[in-house]
Design a protein around this ligand. Structure first.
Ligand SMILES: [Zn+2]
Length: 371
């Protein structure tokens, strides 16, 4: 098989597997000595074709690795973005993935970066680092959470240098705390084999099963109040329950295990604040809560947890309701499974604020919505 055909195949393979990729997350690349083919921002891996990749100059990307950028984070992100756009060989109407420089850094032909549920159950848990060390030793590199973009790139570059000096080669497995995993190899087949082995090693001596039962819709008084509250703004509100949702809607202490985002992707789709409605609240009290939420956060709650009932999602249309449900439901799974590795570990307020203000993610969100 042609090397670029292999890239498209492996991209679709993981893109179509909801255990690895949900919503628009994840990205893939192929490189030779001169060019890097990287997934374009906002394009879905599930349906990607060769024209969904941006071809980048590796010389230009390499020059960015050593260049000194502004100390100020806003100017720096601007400068980096400009250099990144200048490194594009073709086409000029697509924007390369925000993780392009990470792909260029890892010295393997194929790189597949995903946010798998089971792996993130470990990456978003308190014992992430210790468990990675125990299960993977020097085979994997573990990178503590860092603001994405240039700061993460610099951190990975420095850790890679140390790894290379020590082991004479690049790591094929890179774990990113509260984010996901990069796997690199010189064939697509080997990438798959590594993913399988990572998954089985993470499962070892752990029970990664979830409460059984699917998601179904429900009606409730709270749903009626929420729908009525946003009706004039044409927002769609839907309510869902499942055994897994029941687990987290059972009470405030359960809700607290899903009350903050685990990863930047969750913020991109669901925002970083959610609303908990206590059981038995009347219509007026609910309306007051909704108004207060918006006053504090300047946006409406996309995710509302109704105690002893389920999850209410509010969004602009049916399609975006489904996306928020998909992403938040994955967060429930991650939180549930993280108990196997010391319990959930959220992003900090500072880390959350960075993502809220990051133009790159706003761009990705708007492309995903338009698509
Ligand atoms: Zn990512």
């Amino acid at each position: 098989m042609d090397r670029l055909e292999s890239l498209v195949n492996i991209s679709q393979y993981y893109g179509n597997n909801p255990a690895y990729i949900i919503a628009g997350g994840g990205n893939t690349s192929y490189k030779n000595s001169e060019k890097l083919y990287i997934k374009a921002s906002g394009i879905s891996l599930a349906t990607i074709a060769l024209d969904g990749f941006v071809i980048m100059s590796r010389d230009e990307l390499g020059a960015m690795e050593e260049k000194v950028y502004s100390e100020d984070s806003v100017s720096r992100e601007e400068e980096v973005k400009k250099d990144m756009m200048n490194a594009i060989i073709s086409p000029e109407n697509l924007r390369p993935s925000v993780e392009t420089s990470l792909h260029n850094l890892i010295g393997y032909t194929y790189i597949v970066h995903t946010h798998p549920t089971n792996i993130n159950a470990l990456m978003c848990a308190n014992d992430a680092k210790a468990e990675v060390e125990e299960r993977f030793g020097s085979e994997a590199l573990y990178v503590e959470y860092t603001d994405p973009g240039y700061i993460l790139f610099k951190k990975l570059r420095d850790q890679m240098k140390i790894y290379r000096n020590q082991f004479g080669t690049d790591p094929k497995i890179i774990f990113l705390q509260n984010h996901g995993i990069f796997v690199g190899a010189n064939s697509a087949q080997e990438v798959k084999a590594i993913y399988d082995s990572v998954e089985s090693r993470i499962r070892e001596r752990k029970n990664l099963s979830l409460p059984e039962g699917g998601i179904e819709g429900y009606e409730s008084e709270a749903l009626e109040v929420v729908s009525g509250f946003y009706a004039s703004r044409n927002l769609v509100s839907k309510a869902y329950r499942s055994p897994l949702i029941d687990h987290f809607s059972a009470g405030l202490s359960q809700y607290q295990k899903i009350s903050r985002p685990f990863t930047p992707d969750i913020i991109v789709y669901c925002k970083s604040n959610y609303l908990f409605l206590e059981k038995g609240m009347g219509a007026d009290a609910i309306a007051k809560k909704l108004a207060e939420f918006e006053e504090v956060h300047s946006y409406y709650p996309k995710v509302i947890v109704e105690e002893m009932a389920g999850l209410i999602i509010v969004e602009e249309n049916e399609k975006s309701v489904n996306t928020v449900l998909e992403v938040f439901y994955d967060m429930l799974k991650i939180s549930y499974l993280s108990e196997q590795y010391g319990g959930p570990h959220f992003m900090t307020d500072e880390q959350i604020t960075f993502i809220d203000n990051w133009e790159v993610e706003n761009y990705r969100r708007s492309v995903a919505k338009a698509g």
